[in-house]
Design a binder for this molecule. Structure first.
Ligand code: ADP
Ligand code: MG
Length: 361
């Protein structure tokens, strides 16, 4: 049976009168890769420290594999926390850094060296066993920090922004490594990040936090397909947020349309009328002329941004919303648009995703 099930039950954390965490409940299944995602200050690190036992919650309980560990010190929980700045000892080589906690625990030298080498092998650093940290690159130091965190065979490993100090190329490489190691060990990883791309690439479960609460959680695909609130849609990117409007003449039909647009093309019958919708940039069609399936109102292009595989068009309707649209490079260069040009857009009614009112009022 896999180990490392985490259950947070109604956790609150206040620093003075600042509530950093507001009544968070969360289950993470054993052996899952979970990312805590959100902007700076939303409570990710605090949540991680509460799981690790480096902070005590003001209220609520932490359960690990159904044991209530709320009052246990970090070393008795079966968790290991890897700090943001790696915190390697500068005067110890990679083996001694990795084996440090075994030394404290009184494990004999030969045995702890053998275990440390095993861990360094796992993170592909065995050839640097006798090297000091200042001779290593940032990515290499991080691998050693990971080996050090893994040596006590934790059921849960907690990583606070582990990739943020690396350059984009190394970050991509380390991301693949982290996933490989997690799958190899079959333990639970909880990884804090403010990068949506990182969270989507790694996670079985994404927990998107905002101002001390969980705004939405689910698989990356669930969150991208159906963002729940305008905050989520904005944060994960690639989505427009549009206001809904009930049109007088359509009241009896139960339809709602995008505010400022004349055509019923964008009407969505709903039992509960949403105040807002999200609409993916890549679900909008764009053409230089009005056509079947396109909105008859002209859309003015304000900016054209080359992004490689897609071109991002930003623009607005005279009486309606501003929108961003992705056009594939092939389609774009067949009919390039320019700033100031009037074009025509269209989308399927089912691509309008109804949003719930904000979690924060
Ligand atoms: P994140 O990791 O998402 O950036 P944190 O969990 O570090 O956010 O912080 C959440 C909130 O709690 C922030 O407003 C932060 O200023 C506050 N906070 C965190 N740690 C402390 C502390 N030791 N004392 C006072 N306020 C704190
Ligand atoms: Mg943080």
């Amino acid at each position: 049976m896999k180990k490392g099930a985490i259950e947070l039950v109604c956790i609150n954390k206040a620093y003075g009168n600042k509530e950093a965490i507001k009544d968070i409940s969360l289950s993470i299944a054993p052996g899952h890769y979970c990312c805590l995602l959100g902007p700076s200050g939303c409570g990710k690190t605090t949540t991680l420290k509460i799981i690790a036992g480096h902070e005590a919650p003001t209220n609520g309980d932490v359960l690990l594999d159904n044991r209530n560990v709320t009052n246990l010190p970090p070393r008795k929980r079966g968790t290991a926390l890897m700090f943001q700045n790696y915190a390697l000892f500068p005067h110890l080589n990679c083996v001694d850094n990795t084996a440090f906690s075994l030394k404290i625990a009184g494990v004999a030298k030969a045995s702890r060296r053998a275990q440390a080498i095993e861990m360094l092998k796992l993170v592909n650093m065995e050839s640097y066993a006798d090297v000091l940290p200042d001779q290593l690159s940032g990515g290499q130091q991080q691998r050693v920090a990971l080996a050090r965190a893994l040596i006590n065979q934790p059921d849960v490993i907690l990583l606070d922004e582990p990739l943020s100090a690396l350059d984009p190329f190394l970050r991509g490489k380390m991301r693949v490594e982290l996933k490989r190691i997690q799958q190899h060990l079959g333990i639970t990883f909880v990884h804090v990040t403010h990068s949506q791309e990182e969270a989507f690439a790694l996670s079985d479960q994404v927990v998107l936090m905002h101002d001390g609460v969980i705004e939405q959680q689910g698989t990356p695909r669930e969150i991208f397909q159906q963002p729940k609130t305008a905050f989520v849609a904005h944060f994960i990117g690639g989505h427009n947020v549009l206001d809904g409007q009930i049109h007088q003449n359509e009241f009896h039909t139960g339809s709602i349309r995008v505010k400022g647009l004349t055509q019923a093309l964008s009407s969505v019958p709903r039992d509960h009328w949403p105040q807002q919708f999200s609409l993916r940039f890549d679900r909008i069609k764009a053409a230089p002329q009005p056509d079947k399936g396109l909105h008859t109102q002209a859309f003015t292009v304000d900016a054209v941004e080359y992004q490689g595989a897609v071109i991002q068009i930003q623009g607005h309707y005279q009486t309606g919303p501003e929108l961003s649209v992705y056009v594939s490079d092939k389609a774009f260069f067949a009919h390039p648009f320019q700033s100031g040009q009037e074009i025509y857009l269209g989308w399927e009614a089912h691509d309008l995703n109804p949003l719930q009112p904000p979690v924060h009022s």
